[in-house]
Design a protein around this ligand. Sequence first.
Ligand code: TXA
Ligand code: MG
Length: 301
Amino acid sequence: MRVTLEEAAQLLKTQVVAIPTETVYGLAASISSPDAINRIFSLKGRPRKNPLIIHLFSPDDIESYVESLPPSYDKLATLWPGPLTLILDVKVETIPSTVRANLRTAAFRIPALPLARDLLALTGPLVVPSANLSGRPSSTEASHVEQDFGLAFPVLDGGVCQNGLESTILSFSEGKWVVLRQGALPPEIFIPILGYAPVINVPKDPLNPECPGQLYKHYSPKARLSALEGEVVVGFTERSYPKPVINLGSLERPEEVAHHLYDALRKIDEQGYNTAQVDLNFPETGLWSTIRERLTKAMQP
Ligand code: TXA
Ligand code: MG
């Protein structure tokens, strides 16, 4: 059920509403509504040990929650509003333990999409995980949310998400910022800000990572994906393939491929294929690295 901005704000006093951001759609609940926060976990089938990102209107709102701010925090905060999430040490009594999954840290993001900002101005802080069933591809348009949660589920329709990939998550560890989750901002973007490209954190135990978004399998359609064979190819505009194609976009434009990625993964199931071949022959740098990471996780058996 599509709802207006005012209806979404009203519903969010007690309920979960799907909302657009510039990255992907999210399932939002007010940080002051414990029942709605609980419902997010049951709706998504999300393990309770996987914490939620707190979405705020302004970086100024972060001060009341945090214990201390790491070096270069102010410089990173200049990228807000935008697709960046920072993990910060918090005063635990200011944030429900369900949101933090009992950690002493929490994730913060200031989204850039004007409709999301208008909503936050009305509601105050929201916790917003991606609007997909746990383990499935994220949603980048309102119809994807309806595929996962049904036509009756309230959705604030903001059109197709501009980035199409989730925010980049950074945390400060052993004197440097590290990437906990690759995302819409590739590590090179941070060089002028930090003086270095944050290293991508590889979980010591892949089955129990620091950031559960690092789990081995994620973003997966129901169909079985492979680099070698399948009934349909997930591929690129410039190439021709000897079978039906679900097009990711141009090899010249990684932003376009990111924008189409989750829709393409969802289309494999929508179009009734049981298997799909993924063309992984594309560059390694910049946004391509995030695209490869998502496809590789989607391909895990
Ligand atoms: O772009 C995005 O970030 C989207 C939109 C809706 O804002 N949200 C999103 O949320 O991707 P979600 O819940 O699908 O992914 C959040 C990730 C999870 O992998 C979670 O483990 C990690 O953030 N996370 C949250 N709090 C954390 C914390 N305190 N420490 C480490 N990782 C944390
Ligand atoms: Mg997610």
